[in-house]
Design a binder for this molecule. Structure first.
Ligand code: ASP
Length: 410
């Protein structure tokens, strides 16, 4: 015998009433939380937003939205959309670097603290506002995650505009990569079969920056790529950037975590993922608990960097769980980074090729940005942006001193 939807729903309603009388709303849940060591965080004095440098006004605008009472997720999406719309930001939305077939595939996820809802999209093509679409999945369906062809169809049904996300510049970068670039096939760095690239220093001699031998290899490769770009007719204005993107493809993504003065919070992450990825590859940015996690009682966190590593430590969730039992945002973030290092048994010959930044805000407004390595490839300290009434860029706390290397560059 099958149960009709109606019977099922009314049985659910009875069950809910039963649970109510058993006291789920009489404060016992909170008491049990406390017994388990969960800390109760009060709302902050003012809203706080944590994200990455955007180079536009959207962070200040989002802050003004929060001050005027806008929903925290809408404020977070406002920042994400600024990046998604920018054709010169090659890490998200329009202008994102494509996969190995030359197709831009986007991942995004959102979590809304007050309603404790989540939404996610992955391997999304032809639709620019991936994070808003993730919110639409959250609001309009009984699902959390929709991917690929299905999510494109869903987007069009919901009135999203179909557009080609591969800009001419990104297409030329991809063509150059195709001629001379390295992809993601072969054993990954977590495989026992993986071998460090030629010229890589031994773990015990690990310098902070590349060895002279590596520098020579990098320079030679750059020279070859410049010559190739010239032969391929890539115009001089784009040549340098194209070479850089082949050797050090943009890692960027954008994560935003926000809390308002009522203590309501949300998180959103949106990305075009790793450049030149294998078609269909989904990274951490679409995975609730890895690229983004928000718990209304505790805090919100998200990540940019090596998605595969972040998935394996459920980074954002790990951070929120640490804060639940009293960790500061910095200590919670460091714990997630240490778990990445532990997954590699602290083998620096491999960790050297991993990059990670966590953006963290606790419900009480305490915040942090933490990175696996201290500096980027230009020797600049890894940083993040916070707005808590004043907008500023702060250096990340970090686990290892030095610069991560990029497997594409040698
Ligand atoms: N985390 C993103 C991914 O793995 C990439 C990035 O942040 O650069 O797809």
């Amino acid at each position: 015998m099958t149960t009709s939807r109606r019977e099922f729903l009314s049985a659910g309603a009875l069950l809910a009433v039963g649970m109510g009388s058993a006291g789920l709303s009489d404060g016992r849940v909170e008491a049990q939380d406390k017994e388990r060591g969960a800390v109760e965080y009060k709302a902050p004095a003012r809203p706080v937003i944590v994200t990455r440098v955007t180079g536009d006004n959207t962070i200040a605008e989002a802050y003004a939205m929060l001050e005027k009472g806008a929903d925290t997720l809408d404020a977070a999406l406002h920042i994400g959309q600024g990046r998604e719309d920018d054709p010169n930001d090659h890490s998200v939305g329009l202008g994102g670097l494509p996969n190995e077939d030359g197709v831009v595939q986007l991942d995004a996820c959102v979590m809304h603290g007050p309603t404790r809802q989540a939404g996610s999209v992955a391997a999304l093509e032809n639709i620019c506002h991936a994070a808003l679409l993730a919110k639409t999945v959250m609001e309009k369906t009984g699902h959390v995650m929709i991917v690929g062809e299905g999510v494109e169809k869903f987007a069009i049904a919901e009135g999203f505009q179909k557009e080609n996300l591969l800009t001419d510049d990104a297409r030329k970068m991809w063509l150059l990569w195709k001629e001379h670039g390295k992809g993601w096939w072969g054993p990954g760095i977590d495989s026992p079969e993986w071998k460090p690239p030629a010229g890589a220093p031994k773990a015990e001699l690990m310098p902070r920056h590349p060895t002279r031998e590596q520098m020579a290899m990098v320079t030679e490769r750059m020279r070859d790529l410049y010559a190739l770009a010239d032969r391929m007719g890539i115009e001089p204005r784009l040549r340098r950037e194209a070479v850089m993107q082949v050797m050090w493809p943009t890692t960027g993504t954008i994560h935003v975590s926000a809390v308002n003065a009522k203590g309501e919070m949300s998180g959103a992450t949106t990305t075009s993922g790793l450049a030149w990825k294998i078609p269909g590859r989904v990274g951490d940015s679409a995975i609730i608990g890895a690229g983004c996690y928000t718990d209304q009682n505790v805090g919100s966190a998200g990540a940019t960097g090596s998605g595969e590593e972040n998935i394996k430590v459920a980074g954002a969730h790990t951070i929120v769980e640490q804060m639940r039992v009293g960790a500061s945002p910095k200590d919670a973030g460091m714990e997630a980074l240490r778990r990445i290092a532990a997954n590699y048994n602290h083998d620096m010959t491999r960790l050297r090729y991993i990059d990670m930044i966590y953006y963290i805000v606790r419900r009480d407004g305490a915040y942090a940005g933490v990175s696996l390595w201290s500096t980027d490839e230009w020797g600049k300290r890894k940083n993040f942006v916070v707005h808590d009434g004043t907008q500023r860029t702060e250096d990340c706390d970090y686990l290892f001193e030095g610069t991560p290397q990029n497997l594409h560059s040698i």
